[in-house]
Design a protein around this ligand. Structure first.
Ligand SMILES: CC(C)(COP(=O)(O)OP(=O)(O)OC[C@H]1O[C@@H](n2cnc3c(N)ncnc32)[C@H](O)[C@@H]1OP(=O)(O)O)[C@@H](O)C(=O)NCCC(=O)NCCS
Length: 146
């Protein structure tokens, strides 16, 4: 059961949060590709040392939400937004998102982009509610690490 106490959002701390993040991401995303393996994603994010990796903790200190953001000086990006099923539809996803947005804005970011994976189109409603719009773009990518 979800605790009555509202989750709090803090910066990711490797010693305390890694296990919980990996377990939440495996449940929320289910990874098909090795380069997206949670442990690797966490290691690479920590190497950037940018304080743009946040977790939501339940009253018991369990990781129940995550968001990662990135800023390259031109655009901000949102990744890995996830809320434990038991804690969904209580505003926590929106809170994580706005916390990440605030941090990007503080760095001078003027525009945020994000991608929704094929098959997860339902989540578009969530982003619309949070002020995002679908933009006509062709999304392309190139894998550098084999
Ligand atoms: C997307 C996600 C983070 C939303 O978290 P959440 O805490 O439930 O979101 P909120 O409670 O802040 O939702 C705010 C509003 O967004 C809308 N919304 C939320 N989830 C939605 C969904 N799955 N589909 C459509 N609209 C949704 C609702 O209007 C909601 O308000 P309401 O509950 O009053 O109706 C959560 O569903 C999740 O972790 N999903 C699995 C992982 C995922 O797909 N992440 C996004 C990758 S791009």
């Amino acid at each position: 059961m979800a605790s009555a106490e509202s989750p709090r959002i803090v910066e990711y701390l490797d010693a305390d949060h890694r296990e919980g993040v990996v377990s939440l991401w495996n449940a929320a995303f289910g990874y098909a590709t090795a380069h997206n393996e949670p442990g690797l994603v966490i290691d690479r994010k920590l190497a950037t040392n940018d304080d743009l990796f946040l977790v939501a903790l339940s009253g018991e200190g369990v990781v129940v939400g995550t968001v990662m953001a990135g800023y390259d000086g031109h655009r901000g990006w949102i990744y890995s937004l996830a809320v434990d099923e038991q804690f969904q539809r209580r505003g926590l996803g929106s809170e994580l998102l706005s916390n990440a947005e605030r941090r990007l804005e503080e760095r001078g970011c003027v525009k945020i982009n994000l991608q929704i994976a094929d098959g997860n189109e339902d989540v578009e409603g969530f982003y619309r509610r949070n002020g995002y719009a679908v933009e006509k773009r062709i999304s392309m990518g190139k894998r550098l690490l084999k």
